[in-house]
Design a binder for this molecule. Structure first.
Ligand code: NAD
Ligand code: WQD
Length: 335
């Protein structure tokens, strides 16, 4: 298939491009490089042997977007482009709604105009909010989101669902990612955080590379194995492979499907820290702090639907996730 990947030079997008190319798909990337670097294209080429066609374009720019659709006959779109920092979304909600909602609507309008029927959208486990029991199941539906970022994901899910009701020829898969971490085994692509990372593993990586003194562990009084928060971490390459299966599923079905992408297993903050210590071969300093507002105690996926519908099962364990993250971190600090 000829697939438009918005946000394709970003963290999850770049890994997905590699896996799409490996499965014989043609990839065209659209990204405004707000949170990614142009040299990611070189890295994708180094890994896969193919340099994807690239448009430096913004989904908020309707004319630029139209040019991309007019010049290509896409079979499908995988839509990653968006802002993703939870805390920032609380401070500048309109910017988040504009980029993640208006930008997405521009894209969906273009898909409608050019009759591109197949879509995979990057949603998030954050749409479950704190309303449900673990493991989170797709049938629970949408919970109460606790920040504008999460609300943009929930709104996108609702918009796409309505769009598919109005256009029965459409086929969309809404992937609810749990906590993607890790990097490609080549150490060439991975997550490059902008400023101080909010997420656990990028923060640990910066402690290991000497950019931060210690990890602040947000609370150790949760009802979990060691009192620290539990999450369903998934290797970004597993997540990327789930996109290949999802877009192939979309192309051979109609309607809207919501699918969790996780491993189904939860790890605590300290368990992740210890796995990272194993990967880097030394202790990593940390301090226990107060709970972080908005955090929930435990979050992990029910993965049955992904297995049944997509035939997807995550392969890599937490040790491998940390090893690959560490390799990428070492390469990054050599730059
Ligand atoms: P990322 O920031 O690395 O990638 C997003 C890409 O989109 C970046 O390259 C950025 O430059 C681009 N972009 C942003 N706004 C754009 C615009 N207006 N026009 C064109 N390009 C634009 O983020 P990521 O971690 O790869 O996440 C990809 C998607 O997955 C996002 O939609 C994110 O919300 C979602 N998601 C991420 C996580 C996570 O933990 N990383 C979890 C759940 C969902
Ligand atoms: C994981 C655990 C923290 C940092 C967020 C978004 C979610 C999704 C993924 C996009 C928690 C603890 C963290 C630190 C810590 N993103 N922690 N010290 O909060 O599960 O999910 O990213 O869609 O929408 O909300 O991920 O990596 O921030 O936290 O102790 O410096 O690590 O309290 O228990 P989270 P996270």
């Amino acid at each position: 298939m000829k697939i438009l990947v918005t946000g394709g030079t970003g963290y999850i997008g770049s890994h997905t491009c590699v896996e799409l190319i490996a499965e014989g798909h043609e990839v065209i990337i659209l990204d405004n490089l707000y949170n990614s670097r142009i040299d990611v294209l070189d890295k994708i080429e180094q890994i896969s042997g193919v340099r994807p066609k690239f448009y430096e374009a913004d989904i908020l720019d309707k004319e630029g977007l139209e040019k991309v659709f007019a010049e290509n006959d896409f079979d499908a779109v995988i839509h990653f482009a968006g802002y993703k920092a939870v805390g920032e979304s609380v401070s500048i909600p309109l910017t988040y709604y504009e980029n993640n909602i208006s930008g997405s609507i521009n894209l969906y309008q273009m898909m409608k105009k050019y009759k591109v029927r197949n879509l995979v959208f990057s949603s998030s486990a954050t749409v479950y909010g704190d309303d449900f029991e673990v493991p989170f199941k797709e049938e629970y539906g949408l919970g109460t989101t606790t920040n504008p970022y999460g609300t943009t994901k929930k709104m996108n899910e609702m918009i796409i669902t309505d769009m598919d009701i109005a256009e029965p020829e459409n086929s969309s898969v809404l992937l609810r990612y749990f906590n993607p971490i890790g990097a490609h085994e080549s150490g060439l692509i991975g997550e490059i955080p902008n400023g101080i990372p909010n997420n656990l593993v990028p923060y640990i990586a910066q402690v290991v590379s000497g950019q931060r003194d210690y990890l602040r562990v947000w609370g150790n009084d949760y009802d979990t194995v060691d009192g620290t928060g539990v999450r369903d971490y998934i290797h970004v390459v597993d997540l990327a492979r789930a996109h290949v299966k999802a877009i192939e599923y979309a192309a051979s079905h109609k309607g809207t499907e919501v699918i969790n992408i996780g491993t189904g297993k939860g790890y605590s903050v300290l368990e992740v820290l210890h796995a990272y210590e194993k990967a880097c071969g030394h202790e990593i300093p940390y301090q226990i702090m107060e709970r972080r507002p908005g955090d929930i105690a435990v979050c992990y996926a029910d993965t049955k639907k992904a297995e049944g519908l997509l035939g997807f099962k995550a392969e890599y364990d937490i040790d491998r996730m940390c090893e690959d993250s560490y390799r990428f971190t070492c390469n990054l600090s050599k730059e």
